[in-house]
Design a protein around this ligand. Structure first.
Ligand SMILES: [Zn+2]
Length: 383
């Protein structure tokens, strides 16, 4: 049965407030964040966009990213690092984009600045925008030109000289993605633009549910139609929309990208796009049937966002009493009062313990590692 509602949050594309509830997503977040871990998955009644209705504000979201030092400490895809896998991905973006060699390429949400460095490597002029201080400092320490905000960049460069704007894996994180696009259009009215987002059709659809790709941080779930609507709403003249795997190492993560041109048209002349209604379905329950039949102690290794979703969703995981991770950005923080320990402490677990490994691109390797080192003699379950 469909349940219509008036979400707290307006639709990130058509800005209306009318939706159908598809389901609830509950995450056991870090205790220090002080923001609620439950999101309501909504489908906009006007345009079909799927997005998360949340009870937190823009300020609380900024605080979340400020505290979350993971992106500064990691070399993974989303961190903006200069790993080989990322360098290949940056080259894919540059190849699809054909940037104007005369102007500046602005990478908005550049993380550690890996893409900016890659552009310089290819002889382009490039700068980045990164609100997270820790990530920004990694880039600044490498001698890159990185700013806190678009506003700060524009204040220091009145003739912005921006010929190309890259927004890669950023818009799905924002409560109001159109605001960012409009600010960029004001500052770089004729720029060439490249936008990339995860393709929701590959992880959230009546045919596929990839729970491990339902990140707490992803608040907007773009499919091909809604991605085109976003472009229309923000005055981007699109020349190409296509799908691509995220990278060689994360080839199973499907993304959508578009290449287009900003067209400076004042707000009130924006044409309403042809709204398309996406697929309607009810979010299934996240269940893992035969997880545990007895009352053995449970530990969990790998405190990813998927692990937080599992902990928030599976009653069996209420029994978890020890948490482990290898990231210095997570060790010492707490979830449900349990302090995250260094993964090297796994050897101190009793052999009655069941060790849960939430799926990730590393979980197979983690399992091998633990079996080879024989540091843990209990049962291991991958979820
Ligand atoms: Zn909408």
């Amino acid at each position: 049965m469909e349940q219509t509602c008036t979400p707290l949050r307006t639709c990130p594309i058509c800005e209306k407030r009318s939706g159908t509830v598809l389901g609830l997503l509950t995450y056991a977040l870090f205790d220090d964040l002080g923001i609620p871990g439950t999101k309501t998955l909504i489908q906009c009644s006007e345009c079909g966009m799927m997005y998360d209705d949340v009870a937190f504000t823009e300020g609380q979201l900024q605080e979340y990213y400020r505290r979350n030092e993971h992106y500064a400490a990691s070399s993974l895809g989303g961190s903006g690092s200069l790993s080989d896998d990322n360098a290949d991905r940056y080259d894919r973006i540059i190849d699809n984009l054909h940037p104007d060699p005369k102007g500046t390429i602005l990478d908005v949400g550049c993380g550690q600045g890996g893409f900016v460095a890659r552009c310089l490597h290819h002889g382009f002029s490039a700068a980045g925008i990164e609100p997270s201080e820790k990530s920004r400092n990694v880039g600044l320490n490498a001698g890159l030109d990185i700013y806190t905000s678009i506003e700060e960049y524009a204040a220091l460069h009145p003739e912005t000289g921006i010929s190309t704007v890259v927004i890669s894996h950023v818009l799905e994180h924002l409560l109001r993605p159109l605001d960012m696009l409009k600010e960029l259009i004001r500052n770089a009215p004729d720029a060439l633009v490249y936008i990339e987002v995860p393709d929701a059709a590959s992880y959230l659809s009546p045919r596929v549910m990839r729970w491990y790709e339902l990140y707490f941080e992803h608040l907007n779930h773009f499919c091909k139609d809604s991605f085109s609507n976003l472009a229309a709403q923000s005055c981007i003249e699109v020349t190409r929309v296509a799908s691509t795997p995220f990278s060689k190492n994360q080839a199973d993560v499907q993304c959508l990208f578009l290449v287009g041109q900003f067209r400076c048209i004042s707000d009130h002349t924006i044409n309403q796009p042809d709204m398309v209604t996406g697929p309607r379905f009810t979010l299934p329950l996240l269940t893992k049937g035969d997880l545990l039949q007895d009352n053995r102690p449970i530990a969990l290794w790998g405190v990813s966002q998927y692990a937080m979703l599992l902990m928030g969703s599976l009653p069996q995981l209420e029994q978890v009493d020890r948490l482990f991770d290898a990231s210095p950005a997570k060790i010492g923080r707490k979830i449900r009062g349990i302090t995250i320990e260094d993964a090297r402490e796994i050897g101190t677990l009793s052999k009655e313990t069941v060790l849960v490994l939430p799926y990730s691109q590393y979980s197979l390797q983690m399992r091998k590692e633990i079996e080879q080192s024989a540091s843990f003699a209990g049962k291991i379950i991958q979820l």
